[in-house]
Design a protein around this ligand. Structure first.
Ligand code: CA
Length: 514
C-alpha cells in the first residue's frame, strides 16, 4: 500500500497517517510531503510549517496552539499543542443556520413489539427492578433460577434481566442531584423492551422506597405501579427465609412471563426506532470514518421520521459553536447551552475541567486533546436540525435529532440513553471495546480495518474501509441503516448479544453520598 494520509478540511495544516504499520522517516507522499520522522498510524503529520503560538487546524477548526515551531513532515504530538479556550457559552449564535428538513425516506420497516403507550420494543425482556443495591445479589440469584426453570416454557421471551445499580441508599436523596439517578432507574424500569409495568424488588428500609421510584399519579405522566402485587419487600414479616423470598419473586416473575409471552413482533415503520449514538475508545480515525458514517445513518433515520440521539457532554462542549446554529429554534439552542453550563459547573465543583476527558488509549490512537476528540465526536450527529435537548435520565419524547445530555463515560452514557428510551444502540470505537447492554442491542462500528480484523468476532461493522477508499461514507451509512432494521427485528444478532457481553447499569449520580 502506498503512503497515505487523510486531510479532512482544505484549511487543515495537519493530517493523519492511514497506513496500518505507520510510516518511516523519509517517506515521500504523492503531494511531495516528506516525513522528517517516523509516525505511527492515526497520528498527525504537519502538512506545512507552523510557527510557535500559531493555530494547529484539523476539521477546519483550531485544535490547539503550537507550543513550539513545527516543520512540515513533523509528527504533531500531544505536548506540541496547548489547549485552546472552550467556546464561551454566552456568545453563541442560536438557530442562525437551521438546516432545512431533509427529504423524507419512506417504506423502511422493522418487526418490533408495539406497546400500549405507543413505544416499540426491539427485544422482549422480563426486567426485575431493584430499589437498592442491597437486594441485587438476591435478584440475580432469582434470575438464574427463573432462566433455568421458567424461561424455557415461554419461547417468545428473549431474556430475564436484573435491573441492578449502586443507588438507593446511603445517598442524600433530597439533594437536587438525586433527581437524576431516580428518574434514570424509573425510566429504565418502564423501558419499551420490558413491555409494561415493572416487577420491583425492595429491601424495605432503603431511602429510595418503591413509592419514591414510582410516585402515585399526580396529573403528571409518570409511570405508576399497578398495585402492590408487583413489589416484593424482602423485610416483610410474611417472607420467612431466603427460599420464601426467592419463591415470591419467582411467582410474580411467572405472571409477567405469561403476559410477555403473548407479545408478538409486528411490522413497524422505521420511525419507531429510538437510536442512541455513542463512541468509546476513540482514535484520530473516528472523526473521519466511523463517526461520519454514523452521521450519514443518523440523517437517514431523521429522514425516516425516527428519533436519534447523541450525548456525551464533554465531547460536545468544544464543538458547541457548530451545533447551536443548527438548533431548530433559539429555545433548543438555549437548552443545549443550559446542559453545557450545568456540566461546566459540575466539573468545576470537582476541581476538574473538560481536559480530564481524553484517555491514554485516545492519546495512543492519535487524539491530542478533548478539542480534537469533540470535533470528531460530533460527526455522529449528521447534518439535520437539532430538534430537542433533554437533561440526563429524562425520557425523549420528540422525533428527529436529539441531544440527550449524559456524561461521556461509556457505561454511564449507555445507561442514561436507555432511560431516554433508546431501543437500539450504535457504538463506534477506534481502540476497541467489548461493550454491550442487556436491555438494548448494541451495534459496534470500528474506525479502522485493523481493529475489525483483529476483533472479527466483536466488531459488527468495519468503517475503516472509508480511509483506504474501499467504501464511501454513504456506503457504510446505508449498510448501518439496513443492519439496524435487521437487528431491531431480531433477524440478526450483534456480537455483544452473541457472547452475552452486557455491562452493568450505571445511573449517573451527581448528588452526594452519605
Ligand atoms: Ca463514550
Amino acid at each position: 500500500m502506498k503512503p497515505l494520509y487523510v486531510r479532512v478540511h482544505p484549511r487543515d495544516n495537519v493530517a493523519i497517517i492511514v497506513n496500518a504499520e505507520g510510516l518511516a522517516a523519509g517517506t515521500v507522499f504523492d503531494s511531495g510531503l516528506r516525513l522528517r520522522e517516523a509516525i505511527p498510524q492515526s497520528h498527525k503529520v504537519a502538512l506545512s510549517g507552523i510557527e510557535q503560538g500559531a493555530p494547529v487546524v484539523r476539521y477546519g477548526e483550531v485544535i490547539g496552539l503550537a507550543t513550539r515551531a513545527i516543520e512540515a513532515g513533523d509528527w504533531v504530538r500531544e505536548e506540541m499543542l496547548a489547549l485552546p479556550q472552550p467556546p464561551p457559552l454566552d456568545e453563541l449564535p442560536l438557530a442562525t443556520a437551521t438546516p432545512p428538513p431533509l427529504p423524507p425516506l419512506e417504506g423502511h420497516t422493522f418487526a418490533g413489539y408495539r406497546n400500549a403507550d405507543g413505544s416499540v420494543g426491539t427485544k422482549n425482556i422480563l426486567g426485575i427492578t431493584t430499589t437498592v443495591q442491597c437486594v441485587a445479589p438476591t435478584v440475580e440469584f432469582a434470575v438464574r433460577r427463573i432462566k433455568a426453570e421458567l424461561l424455557p416454557r415461554y419461547p417468545n421471551v428473549d431474556d430475564v434481566v436484573a435491573i441492578t445499580h449502586t443507588y438507593g441508599c446511603g445517598v442524600a436523596i433530597d439533594a437536587p442531584g438525586a433527581a437524576v439517578p431516580i428518574r434514570t432507574i424509573r425510566n429504565i424500569s418502564t423501558h419499551a423492551n420490558l413491555g409494561g409495568w415493572p416487577l420491583v424488588v425492595s429491601l424495605g428500609c432503603e431511602k429510595m422506597q418503591p413509592q419514591r421510584l414510582f410516585p402515585a399519579p399526580s396529573g403528571a405522566s409518570l409511570p405508576v405501579l399497578d398495585g402492590e402485587p408487583h413489589v416484593v419487600r424482602m423485610q416483610d414479616a410474611d417472607l420467612k427465609g431466603f427460599g420464601s423470598i426467592v419463591g415470591s419473586i419467582m411467582r410474580y416473575a411467572e405472571q409477567r412471563l405469561e403476559e410477555l409471552n403473548r407479545r408478538q413482533r409486528v411490522e413497524c415503520p422505521a420511525s419507531d426506532l429510538v437510536v442512541g449514538l455513542q463512541c468509546g475508545g476513540s482514535d484520530a480515525f473516528s472523526g473521519v470514518t466511523c463517526n461520519p458514517a454514523v452521521g450519514y445513518a443518523a440523517d437517514l433515520l431523521v429522514r425516516a421520521g425516527a428519533t436519534v440521539m447523541f450525548s456525551e457532554v464533554t465531547e460536545v462542549r468544544d464543538a458547541v459553536h457548530l451545533l447551536t446554529p443548527r438548533a431548530a429554534t433559539p429555545d433548543v439552542g438555549r437548552d443545549l447551552i443550559r446542559e453545557m453550563r450545568w456540566y461546566d459547573d459540575y466539573l468545576a465543583r470537582g476541581s476538574a475541567d473538560r481536559s480530564a476527558n481524553p484517555t491514554p488509549g485516545n492519546k495512543r490512537g492519535g487524539l491530542s486533546n478533548v478539542v480534537e476528540k469533540a470535533l470528531g465526536s460530533v460527526a455522529k450527529a449528521g447534518t439535520s436540525a437539532l430538534a430537542a435537548v433533554t437533561a440526563p435520565g429524562e425520557r425523549v419524547t420528540s422525533r428527529g435529532l436529539i441531544f440527550a445530555a449524559t456524561p461521556a463515560s461509556d457505561f454511564i452514557c449507555g445507561t442514561e440513553q436507555l432511560a431516554a428510551g433508546m431501543n437500539l444502540h450504535i457504538f463506534t470505537t477506534g481502540e476497541g471495546s467489548p461493550y454491550g447492554l442487556a436491555l438494548s442491542p448494541v451495534i459496534k462500528v470500528s474506525s479502522r480495518t485493523a481493529l475489525a480484523e483483529r476483533w472479527h468476532d466483536l466488531i459488527d461493522v468495519d468503517a475503516g474501509r472509508i480511509a483506504t477508499g474501499e467504501a464511501t461514507i454513504e456506503d457504510i451509512g446505508w449498510e448501518l441503516f439496513h443492519l439496524m432494521l435487521d437487528v431491531a427485528s431480531g433477524r440478526k444478532q450483534t456480537w455483544a448479544d452473541h457472547w452475552g457481553l452486557h455491562n452493568a447499569l450505571a445511573p449517573f449520580n451527581p448528588g452526594p453520598v452519605t
